[in-house]
Ligand binder design. Structure first.
Ligand code: C2E
Ligand code: MG
Ligand code: MG
Ligand code: MG
Length: 286
């Protein structure tokens, strides 16, 4: 499928001027097409959200969901967010995508509420959007406009995003603003970025999410153990993502990991499937 090849072709950004190479034109074209397609996708409702449950490691009951974006592209096979989010970031479209996501999540929370279900949802926020000055205002206004309890919203920011912030005082102030809004905060993909432990100690963070690569690297279990201990000593809860095997689940549980997420327990699902499983009490894993 030519379109799929086109879209999955990695590229280094159109602002990089390089010596001419016949492949370059193809890559640049691909990038520009994807940019305009992302704008269209927002306007024409091609995005939709799926929700992956997280579970309490000990009781195995569901603690909340992570919202993950999907793109029903009219001319291409499924394009994963890992491929199009970076393009949206470079094209200045990421705030629009994040805005669509948060609105959709708030709307969905209200739908579940009307069905008698109170579900906390984690929302992934792009680093570029998080760094914008109006980020916290946008967050507060959007949550308020849907009349959603902010305690039901968790914001996921990658460790890299957090630590690349230009100014320490500024980021601390921003995290405190999140606290005042009433949302919780998770640091995503923890362990692959470069955290200053000194800074991390001062940040009001609720959850550390261990990067999947560590969960699956059975050769180096010490790293997982160390992250769990670090999180706990900083007063944070620790979540493992990407858990695929009973062995990993068992190991993480005995190491004291608080919450578990991964294909072993539940894959990302449609909102209707979530509602059905919650109503049938099927989201308690024994
Ligand atoms: P992430 O936030 O770290 O999300 C975890 C990714 O791991 C998701 O991929 C999820 O489907 C996948 N995953 C969950 N359990 C397992 C497992 O057991 N095994 C394996 N192999 N994978 C598992 P997905 O949905 O493709 O998202 C990739 C990344 O794209 C996310 O990483 C996040 O950084 C970004 N992303 C996804 N949705 C959004 C969104 O709505 N907004 C923004 N700004 N970024 C998003
Ligand atoms: Mg995440
Ligand atoms: Mg992650
Ligand atoms: Mg990731």
């Amino acid at each position: 499928n030519v379109d799929t090849a086109l879209y999955t072709a990695k590229n280094s950004g159109r602002n990089n001027i390089k010596p001419f190479d016949p492949h370059m034109r193809f890559v640049t074209y691909d990038h520009l097409v994807m940019e305009s397609d992302i704008q269209n996708a927002i306007d024409e409702n091609q995005f939709y959200m799926v929700y992956q449950p997280k579970f309490d490691a000990l009781t195995r009951s569901m603690t909340g969901l992570e919202a993950l974006i999907r793109w029903r592209h009219p001319r291409s096979a499924m394009i994963s967010p890992g491929d199009f989010i970076p393009v949206a970031e470079q094209a200045g479209l990421i705030s629009a995508v994040d805005d669509w996501v948060l609105r959709e999540v708030c709307r969905q929370i209200r739908v579940w509420e009307k069905a008698g279900l109170q579900v906390p949802v984690s929302v992934n926020i792009s680093q570029i959007h998080f760094q914008q000055l109006d980020f916290t205002d946008w967050l507060r206004r959007t949550i308020e406009s849907y009349d959603v309890n902010p305690k039901l919203i968790d914001i996921e920011i990658t460790e890299t995003a957090l630590m690349q912030h230009y100014d320490e005082d500024h980021i601390l102030a921003k995290l405190q603003e999140l606290r005042e809004i009433g949302v919780s905060l998770s640091i995503d993909d923890f362990g692959v970025g470069h955290s200053s432990l000194n800074l991390l100690r001062t940040f009001p963070v609720d959850f550390l999410k261990i990067d999947q690569s560590f969960v699956r690297d059975h050769e180096k279990p010490d790293i997982v153990t160390a992250i769990i201990q670090l999180g706990h000593s900083l007063g944070m809860q620790v979540v493992a993502e990407g858990v695929e095997t009973p062995y990993e689940l068992e190991f993480l549980t005995t190491q004291g990991c608080d919450e578990i997420q991964g294909f072993l327990l539940a894959k990302p699902m449609s909102p209707d499937d979530i509602a059905t499983k919650l109503s049938n009490d099927e989201l308690h894993i024994y």
